[in-house]
Design a protein around this ligand. Structure first.
Ligand code: ATP
Ligand code: MG
Length: 361
């Protein structure tokens, strides 16, 4: 089922929890709503579910506007962050509860419960009550309950956040496979960028109720449209450095008291025409800086953090602290001198005032 949000808003008094949100989700797509705490993810999901009424705007399932359709008639399955299982009921009864409400005959209920339990491999656990299940098993029960009505749309609100790190990684992959197999349009709320990036076809990144960028994880990582996206996506985060645009001897430079970087000629015209008052934020990811290079900016090792596959080195360059990812072994110690080389073909440039990318349209 295709889902569209048109100028969707939800205000709680003065708080604009969701502010003029437009989104198009194709049939069968897996979309993540990502953003920091309080950015409006759950509010959006509850409006799609029909639990909250929008202050303004429309929600469309296919060509049909569903603003006035009751939650029970929307053909959605939802998994809440807390799972919200009934503690006194067995997994079997929890899962079949939605069918009981629909007065589905007992035989049909049993058939369907076996189908969904098999999908997520909890056939052996159906007699247990929630307290007798692990977090991951409870999560699967909640997922079964959402799937048993054969919904057109699956809504998931941080379903993995209660699980330990190992189980979360496992369930991430399983949930992705299950979604692909069933082909149900799925909207997944998370504040965890790794979860969003690994699982979804597209990510809608929100801040303060407003959509910042809607694209694939690759696009979000490599072509952030503004400073917020650039700073939010990526761990360790992109280095963001205030610079001014200056012209010297026919060269276009990004300068502050600590660094000078020459802008590649292929983008210099574009930057010159777009930059309004020469105040720019230079963005460069830690993996796009080379350390201990023969030439480059002189800097001092501030701290070294080995991470196995890579080493995260923080260096001091004048007043700046810059993060660099490098391959092990890294032998320099705290306080020692290194040289940094910025890969200028990988830089991002943002207008300091508008915070918009100067490189993208
Ligand atoms: N029922 C409510 N009454 C008043 N304000 C609310 C209500 N529900 C949410 N808000 C406010 O709306 C904003 C968005 O809340 P929402 O729960 O959608 O955030 P979220 O992105 O899901 O955050 P989190 O990651 O912490 O779950 C917040 O500022 C929140 O305080
Ligand atoms: Mg939430």
């Amino acid at each position: 089922m295709e889902v569209r949000l048109k100028n969707l808003s939800k205000h709680f008094g003065k708080v604009k929890a969701v502010n003029n949100f437009n989104l198009e989700i194709n049939d069968g797509e897996f979309v993540a709503l990502l953003g920091p705490s309080g950015c409006g993810k759950t509010t959006t999901l509850l409006m799609i579910a029909g639990i909250y009424k929008p202050t303004a705007g429309g929600i469309y399932f296919g060509d049909k506007i569903v603003n006035e359709v009751l939650p029970k008639d929307r053909k959605i399955g939802m998994v809440f962050q807390s799972y919200a299982l009934y503690p006194h009921m067995t997994a079997f009864d929890n899962i079949t509860f939605p069918l009981k409400l629909l007065r589905t005959p007992k035989e049909e209920r049993e058939k369907r419960v076996n189908e969904v339990a098999k999908l997520v491999q909890i056939e052996e656990l159906l007699d247990r009550k929630p307290a007798e299940l692990s977090g991951g098993q409870q999560q699967r029960v909640a997922l079964c309950r959402a799937l048993i009505k054969k919904p057109d749309i699956l809504l998931l609100d941080e379903p993995l956040s209660n699980l330990d790190a190992k189980l979360r990684t496992l369930m991430r992959a399983e949930l992705k496979r299950l979604q692909r197999r069933l082909g149900i349009t799925t909207i997944f709320v998370t504040h965890d960028q790794v979860e969003a990036m690994t699982m979804s076809d597209k990510i809608a990144l929100l801040q303060l109720g407003k959509l910042q960028q809607y694209s694939s994880s690759d696009e979000l990582y490599n072509r952030p449209v503004n400073l917020f996206v650039a700073g939010f996506i990526g761990s360790p985060p992109m280095n963001l450095i205030d610079v001014s645009l200056e012209q010297e001897e026919g060269k276009l430079l990004l300068k502050n008291e600590d660094i000078t970087i020459e802008i590649p000629s292929k983008i210099s015209k574009l930057i010159q025409s777009r930059s309004q008052d020469n105040k720019i934020v230079l963005g460069i990811r830690p993996e796009n800086i080379t350390i201990d290079h023969k030439r480059g900016e002189e800097a001092e090792v501030y701290v070294v953090e080995p991470m196995g596959m890579q080493v995260l080195v923080t260096v001091k360059l004048g007043n700046l602290q810059i993060k660099v990812l490098t391959a092990p072994p890294f032998t320099k110690k705290m306080g020692e001198e290194v040289k940094l080389h910025f890969n200028v073909n990988k830089i991002h440039l943002f207008d300091k005032n508008t915070e918009k990318s100067l490189l993208l349209n």
